[in-house]
Design a protein around this ligand. Structure first.
Ligand SMILES: Cc1cc2nc3c(=O)[nH]c(=O)nc-3n(C[C@H](O)[C@H](O)[C@H](O)COP(=O)(O)OP(=O)(O)OC[C@H]3O[C@@H](n4cnc5c(N)ncnc54)[C@H](O)[C@@H]3O)c2cc1C
Ligand code: SF4
Length: 289
């Protein structure tokens, strides 16, 4: 709003709603209220021990002061940091549908390499959402038609012909919580974020990984990338390649290649493909111990 990107006629303050708790679910998972502040989520002992990648992802985002105000719902709905989107003197299909996408031929070093379209090549900025995608989280929303659950991996959209819509949330719906289901090996998880400076900065590439290894073989794994696409990118092809394979650097590299074969880098962001490969392999090696 300060940049003039949004000019709403009406603002509704949702900060007083009773969605500020992290509760245990019957299946052993957690229900994170939409109003839970990022700092409180990262500090929650259950999150730190059962889903360390989630705590690490939240702590990798923004700065301490921002995390003290930012909420679970707001973080999921933050908009792209594409420079043209934020500059109201420039055309941008996401801000003004049909006006064009100057980033395609212009400044796109930090933008998408997977799932982009002619209309938009932006990336989604949330770190927290990447870990939630790896953990199969469900976004719980309410609207006039009642309550529904949307898998986090389907909550954010690819741009296609309508990049103005970042998510499938309807205009009359409110996020009330995010459910993180139980996952036995989520305790062996990590979030690694590569960025241009160590203080607050958005991801060039990030990865959330949970790994289950027994007798030198991968029993199960969850992987999601950030910084590559218009949404958190769940790496199903890499996961499939890894299940049952040797837990070694060679298999890790092949799995990364299987996922990244679909990348279509733009003129100036091909470096992201190699960066994503190396970041995933290194994280898997670390989790293998
Ligand atoms: C300088 C800076 C650096 C940052 N760096 C990072 C980073 O590296 N990684 C990262 O992940 N994030 C980063 N952020 C984002 C930050 O962590 C916040 O999450 C983000 O700014 C959104 O703020 P908020 O959570 O207060 O949501 P708000 O600004 O309050 O809301 C954002 C949007 O969500 C809507 N909304 C809020 N709650 C609900 C709800 N319950 N239901 C429906 N709609 C809702 C609002 O209407 C609004 O449209 C950064 C922000 C800044 C300013
Ligand atoms: S990449 Fe998307 S957000 Fe950026 S200028 Fe193009 S349409 Fe706008």
């Amino acid at each position: 709003m300060r940049l003039g990107v949004e000019t709403p006629d009406l603002l509704v303050d949702v900060t007083g709603l009773p969605y500020d708790r992290v509760d245990a679910l019957d299946d052993g998972g957690l229900r994170v209220g939409a109003g839970v502040q990022n700092s409180d989520l990262a500090a929650d002992r259950r999150v730190r021990t059962s889903y360390p990648a989630l705590a690490e992802a939240v702590l990798a985002g923004a700065s301490g002061q921002l995390r003290n105000l930012a909420t679970t719902g707001g973080n999921l709905l933050q908009r792209t940091r594409c420079a043209y989107f934020q500059d109201t003197t420039k055309p941008c299909n996401k801000r003004e549908p049909g006006s064009g996408c100057p980033a395609r031929e212009g400044e796109h070093r930090n933008l998408a390499v997977i799932g982009h379209s002619e209309r938009c090549v932006a990336t989604h900025p949330s770190d927290m959402a990447v870990a939630l995608a790896a953990f199969d989280a469900i976004v719980r929303v309410v609207g006039p038609a009642g309550e529904r659950g949307i898998p986090l991996v389907d909550f954010h959209r690819l741009p296609d012909d309508t990049p103005q819509f970042d998510t499938v949330l309807q205009r009359d719906e409110l996020i009330v919580a995010v459910d993180v289901p139980a996952l036995a090996f989520a305790g062996n998880s990590r979030y690694r974020k590569v960025r241009e400076r160590a203080s607050f900065s958005f991801a060039l590439v990030s990865v959330a990984v949970a790994l289950d290894v027994a007798d030198g073989q991968v029993r199960d794994v969850r992987i999601a990338f950030g910084g590559l696409a218009h949404k958190p990118w769940r790496a199903y092809a890499a996961e499939q390649a890894l299940r049952g394979s040797a837990a070694d650097e060679e298999s890790f590299g092949s799995a990364a290649d299987a996922e990244l074969a679909q990348a279509e880098p733009l003129r100036d962001n091909g470096y992201k493909v190699a960066l994503a490969r190396n970041t995933l392999v290194r994280t898997l090696v670390e989790l293998t111990g």
